[in-house]
Every structure is written in C-alpha cells, then in structure tokens.
Design a protein around this ligand. Structure first.
Ligand SMILES: NC(=O)C1=CN([C@@H]2O[C@H](COP(=O)(O)OP(=O)(O)OC[C@H]3O[C@@H](n4cnc5c(N)ncnc54)[C@H](O)[C@@H]3O)[C@@H](O)[C@H]2O)C=CC1
Ligand SMILES: O=C(CO)COP(=O)(O)O
Ligand SMILES: [Zn+2]
Length: 353
C-alpha cells in the first residue's frame, strides 16, 4: 500500500530585480502581514538596506523594531525571540547575509510568525531555503524551519556588495555537484531519504551557473541576477528535499569544521568551494570532475587553495580528518580520513603545497 506523504513549503512571492528594495512595504501588504515588523540585520546591511526599508515603513505609518546580530547562534535566535515577544511584533524580516536571514528564519519559525527574506549579498543559498544552519559546540545543526513567505532580492544592492560575497555565492552553488554525489552515495550505502527531483534541480542549478560563468563579473548587475536566481533555485531544492542534502555534503562538513577551528577566516561559500575540489577527487579520483570544479571556481575568482582562503595547511588537514564528526550525515568521508590520506588529496588537488 502507498502511504507516503509530504508537505513542500516554498516562498509565495519571489521579487527580484533592479530597485525592488523599494517594494518591501507592497510585498508585505500583498501577503496581508499586518502589525509591527521586527527587522533582523547586521551592521553594514543595516546601513545599506534595513534603515532605508525602515524609512519606507515609517512613511506608511509602521514603526519597525530593528535588531542587529553579529553571529549565527542559538543565543542570537533566543534574543530575537525575546525581543519579538517584548515588542509585540507580528512578523519578521531578515535583511543581510546568510547569518541574519538564518536567525530571522529560525526565530519566526519558533514564534509561528510570517517571515520575509531581503538578501543584501548573493553569498549563500539559504535565501529561500527551509533550513537554518547553526553551530552548537562540537556540532553544526541543519535546523528545520519554514521558508520565507516572500524574498525581495534587489540586484542593484547585490551588485554593490563586495565582489567576494558574490563569488562565495557562486562557490556555494558549485559545491552542489559534490553535495549531490554524497547524497547519492548515502542513498546507495545507507538508504537515506532521497529525492531525484531535488537532486536534479540542485545539479541543474550548478550547471546553469557554470554555463554562465563568463557573465559573472564584478560591477555588472546582470551577475547579481544570474547568481541570485541560482541561489534561490538551490534553496528550492532544499525545500523540496526537506533537507539541506541537495546543497550540503562533505564539502560543507569541511567548511563547518573550519568555522570551528578558524572562526571568520573565510566566507562560507569560499570554504565549501575548496572543500568541493577535494571531495570531488575523493569521489572520482584523477579522472573525476575535481578539475572542472577547480576551474569553475577559478573562473569566477573564488579561492581554490588554503592560502587563498587565508587558512594554513595544517588547519585544512585537521578539518579534513575530523569533519565527519560534525553531524550524522553519511558522505564520501565515511568514518573519517587519516592524516596521510588527507594530505594526499589536499596536495594532489593543489589545495595545500
Ligand atoms: N540556511 C541555509 O540553507 C544556508 C545557510 N547558510 C549560512 O549562511 C552563512 C553564510 O552566509 P554569508 O552571507 O556568507 O555570511 P554572513 O551573513 O556572515 O555575511 C558575510 C558578511 O557580509 C556582510 N554583508 C552582507 N551584505 C553586505 C553588503 N551589501 N555590503 C557589505 N557587507 C555585506 C555581512 O554583514 C557579513 O559581515 C553561514 O552561517 C552558513 O551556514 C549558507 C547556505 C545555506
Ligand atoms: O550551507 C548550506 C547549503 O549551501 C546548508 O548548510 P547545512 O547543511 O549546515 O544546513
Ligand atoms: Zn552552503
């Protein structure tokens, strides 16, 4: 008997393009979100976007609460929940990079309130996903949440953000190749939940981005358009799967471990890109796709070496040999690499010298 069932939650409105930041009040209105919003942002995105958006709301007679956050943590989520309750807000808006959006997403999920996402950087594929990614001691949780009701991605804002944020977003997408390889491997070896649609969407998103890599150039607003579409498509793949699996495999475990060993050394997307070069080698060896991943990253100015990440070789090796412990997610790393094997893959792929 067939007894399977699922809920796939997706954003209702995706508003993307030049100048759409001026439409946040209209977007909220269209969703019938009423009352007082709480904006979750961080220092630069506050200046770039949250304060101008607050001015729009004030002109419409609405007085938003604004909270700036610096890190993604359960404490930060708790602080937002407390502020939301104290200020009697009725919905949340995440305005900034991946951390601000993740915190707003998780707090709104807990509060059972509506949530909108306003990315100020095309740096990560959590813009529309139904997940939050939070470090917690020795582990890193991929927390179930609801996707935003709406996303407002202004390509002029995204194009003015520092270029490395956009290249990080590209690398987060390119890493989908190895995330899907890990997912298929885990399906074959451990019979994990698997969605061919989500896997295919994730891979296709990476294909389209790599196919358009020559259009992804600094200062060109069309680049922000191409990359933000890819980030949203990848986020939809996660929502279809109801898991970060389509976009997060061993290369993400490697990055999450680097975050523990060297906090804030490099951007999330850049770290997963370098991880992806090495895990592609582990999957396919010399004849696999690791060179294609390397060249795709190189072509959009994303780091391909430890030195370019600003992380020393020994830390890369430590992350490689320990990151399988970060969470219970089967990948090509299996039950862990030993130091010699890690040095071999990192050296042969040129990640370390
Ligand atoms: N929930 C999910 O599905 C996903 C979550 N993530 C999470 O997102 C985070 C990574 O996101 P990032 O955006 O790389 O990190 P981030 O949120 O720390 O942003 C990086 C930096 O860029 C700044 N920034 C943002 N917009 C800017 C602008 N327009 N101008 C100048 N500076 C600007 C931020 O304030 C921050 O200092 C990680 O915590 C990662 O785990 C990443 C992918 C998927
Ligand atoms: O970064 C992600 C996808 O790009 C997701 O990360 P997690 O697997 O930690 O949720
Ligand atoms: Zn990621």
């Amino acid at each position: 008997m067939f007894e399977k069932s699922t809920w796939i939650r997706l954003p209702r409105n995706v508003v993307v393009g030049h100048g759409v930041i001026d439409q946040v009040v209209d977007v909220v209105d269209e969703l019938h979100l009423q009352g007082r919003p709480l904006f979750v942002t961080s220092p630069t995105p506050r200046e770039v976007a949250a304060d101008p958006i607050a001015a729009q709301f004030e002109a419409a007679g609405i007085d938003p609460v604004i909270v700036t956050v610096e890190t993604a943590s359960f404490d930060a989520v708790e602080r937002i929940i407390e502020t939301a309750e104290a200020e009697e807000v009725t919905y949340l808006v995440g305005i900034g990079g991946g951390k601000a959006i993740d915190i707003a997403k998780m707090a709104s999920h807990h509060l059972e309130m509506g949530f909108c996402s306003v990315p100020t950087a095309a740096s990560h594929d959590g813009i529309v996903s139904n997940r939050g990614s939070v470090p917690d001691g020795d582990t890193r949780h991929s927390v179930a949440a609801k996707p935003p009701l709406a996303v407002v991605a202004d390509t002029s804002v995204l194009a003015q953000a520092p270029w490395e944020l956009t290249t990080a977003g590209c690398a987060d997408i390119i890493s989908n190749y190895t995330a899907v390889m890990d997912w298929r491997l885990a399906k074959r070896l451990k019979d994990v939940e698997y969605s061919e649609y989500a896997a295919a969407l994730s891979e296709m998103t990476a294909e389209i981005l790599v196919g358009n890599a020559d259009l992804v150039r600094p200062g060109i607003e069309e680049s922000a358009w191409i990359v933000s579409k890819a980030l949203m498509s990848s986020g939809v793949a996660m929502s279809i799967a109801d898991s970060s699996r389509p976009a997060s495999g061993a290369e993400h475990l490697f990055s999450h471990q680097l975050d523990r060993l060297e906090p804030d050394a490099a951007l999330h997307g850049h770290q997963v890109g370098v991880g992806s070069i090495m895990t592609a080698y582990l999957h396919g060896g010399e004849d696999g796709i690791w060179r294609d991943i390397h060249d795709a990253l190189d072509s959009i100015d994303a780091p391909t070496t430890a030195a370019e990440l600003g992380i020393d070789d020994e830390t890369v090796l430590e992350a490689l040999t320990t990151c399988h412990e970060i969470r219970d997610r089967y990948t090509v790393l299996g039950d862990g690499m030993n130091e010699r094997a890690a040095r071999e893959v990192a050296t042969v792929t040129g990640v370390i010298e």
